[in-house]
Design a protein around this ligand. Sequence first.
Ligand code: HEC
Length: 271
Amino acid sequence: MKVPIVLAALAAFALLRLLRVNLLVWAGAWWLGIYLLLRFGFTAPIPSSVIMIYMGIVSLAILAYVSSSQPRRDEVAGPLVRFMTEKRYTPLLAATVVAIPALAAANVYVRMNVPVEPPLFSRTVHPASPADITVHDKRIDLDAGENPFRHLEASDPQEFRRHVENGRRVYYQNCVFCHGDTLAGNGMFVHGLDPIPTNFADAGTIPMLRETFLFWRISKGGPGLPDEGGPWDTAMPAWENFLKEDEMWDAILFLYDFTGSRPRGREAGTK
Ligand code: HEC
């Protein structure tokens, strides 16, 4: 219970008592007082459906009370009849007739006029990868591992090109629909996707990442993402179900080759 509100209600009732107001005013005061108490008088909010039920019962009880004897009926009906029949109240009566539907309409308008906003989700774009994963029954160490074909870039450039070209084939057979012709994340499927596919041309994506991180994301896709940092409604497929391990490493070589970026090296000091 919120004590100040209860005290305020008691004070208001004492004042009405002193003023010796009419029974109709009492009935209205009780109704309003109970409503305000239910709505604002408790520290834990009461659901509005429950308040509606209580107020229905309260209305019936007040109606039963004021109509329970002839003097009470007269006391309540008197002011109402005078309000509706006496000439001097006509403008006020007309205003009331307009005000009631207007209030109802305003209430509906206020309730309907809530701006439509998507729920706010914060998403970790690059969650930490696990230390190792198992792809095609082979354990891949994501912390210490490397792209097994990266070393060819220096030692056997021709062989390296073959891997890049194979990666190009893998990309344009599988990834282009989402990640786009120029790897800009604007493939023909993107209009239906949220989050949108990663734009590999953006300096904030693959140049910031290690090749083993990409291997994790490509092999395990959206289903392999950790729960924390979600929600992950990503359409990125788990490619281990469709591609060979080498094809995935080759696709990674192609992503860097096409965008002219370098993978991030292993940080000094990590294992
Ligand atoms: C059905 C659409 C779709 C296809 C096909 C698809 N991707 Fe994705 N991909 C996504 C979406 C959406 C994201 C962004 C959300 C996320 O990170 O999961 C994403 C993210 C990625 C990421 C993570 C990048 C980062 O910054 O963390 C990599 C890497 C990736 N895709 C590679 C590929 C490769 C390689 C292929 C093809 C073998 C491919 N994707 C095919 C939809 C797709």
